[in-house]
Ligand binder design. Structure first.
Ligand code: SAM
Length: 283
């Protein structure tokens, strides 16, 4: 009998209706399939009925159990189990050397970090993941709501995010204290094809956009003008706001994803112009 370990966020999904709903929601294609945290293997079993699978599990006891339970599938090379901390794997690079879809009931204590890593992992093309409902809501939040932060903007700049359905605590053993939800993020076509979408022409641009977002939301209750002026020239920001008819009192969460893209592009353009002028002057 395997005891669930709190330190690894182990809440095993036992509800067969929910397991089927996750399987119905996952993408159907020829891509590789990856699971994080197979646990006792209930979701793993269902995923293996769809296609071969690679799974990352940190808990040694669970790995011993899974190797026994899935011995035949492992021998047939349909199931690859990697015993490691998945965050360490992300630090080394991608979870796979080829494009993949991620399907998982994530350990809640590191769910946000895992999703952020997977968002930036170029080989990850989609995620169908169970997380705490409150966390899922942050990724799908809409402008003008208090949940709309840099997390939602970054996610919605890279892909389409949707909260698919709720999952009550009774679906798990042991039961978590919170309601869960299945979140789906489909990366946009341009991102999928290796090129970054319009706004992110390179990884460098993506990192700069993340810096822009950090500055924009450094004090969410303060105005966007005040926040962003820590990173960009205030007079230039004011000029751009004037051109775009934006009130100077606007707060970062009141601007749509597209407005943030536009403002970021204009500020970068201005920086580039300034650099060009400086180079010409110094010649
Ligand atoms: N997939 C199983 C299910 O649906 O019943 C278990 C899900 S349980 C919420 C989270 C799983 O992630 C556990 O098996 C846990 O051991 C594993 N886990 C926790 N931290 C991990 C990490 N850093 N790397 C890989 N797996 C981890």
């Amino acid at each position: 009998m395997i005891e669930a370990k709190k330190k690894f966020g182990q809440n095993f999904l036992k509800d067969t209706t929910i397991l089927s709903k996750i399987i119905q929601s996952m993408p159907r294609n020829e891509r590789k399939l990856i699971e994080i945290g197979p646990g006792l293997g209930d979701l793993t079993q269902k995923l293996l009925e769809v296609k071969p699978l690679t799974a990352y599990e940190v808990d040694e006891d669970l790995c011993v159990y899974l190797r026994k339970t899935f011995a035949k599938t492992i021998d047939e090379c349909k199931f690859t189990l990697v015993q490691t901390d998945v965050l360490k794997q992300f630090q080394k690079g991608s979870l796979s050397d080829e494009p993949y879809d991620l399907v998982a009931n994530l350990p809640y204590y590191i769910a946000t970090t895992i999703i952020l890593e997977a968002l930036e992992d170029q080989n990850c093309k989609s995620m169908t993941v169970m997380v705490q409902k409150e966390v899922a809501q942050k990724f799908v939040a809409l402008p003008k709501t208090k949940e709309f932060t840099s997390l939602a903007i970054l996610t919605q700049s890279i892909g389409n995010a949707a909260l698919l359905f709720d999952v009550p605590p009774e679906s798990f053993d042991p039961q978590p204290k919170v309601v869960s939800a299945v979140l789906k993020i489909d990366k946009q076509k341009e991102f999928i094809e290796g090129k970054f979408s319009g706004i992110f022409e390179s990884n460098e641009q993506l990192q700069k956009f993340k810096r822009y977002l950090r500055a924009s939301f450094q004090s969410p209750r303060k105005t966007w003008l005040r926040n962003i002026s820590s990173e960009f020239d205030k007079a230039v920001v004011q000029e751009i706001m004037h051109d775009e008819n934006l009130p100077i009192t606007i707060r970062p969460h009141e601007l749509s994803v597209l407005s943030h893209h536009l403002l970021f592009k204009k500020l970068r353009l201005n920086d580039a112009r300034k650099r060009d002028n400086n180079t010409t002057e110094s010649k």
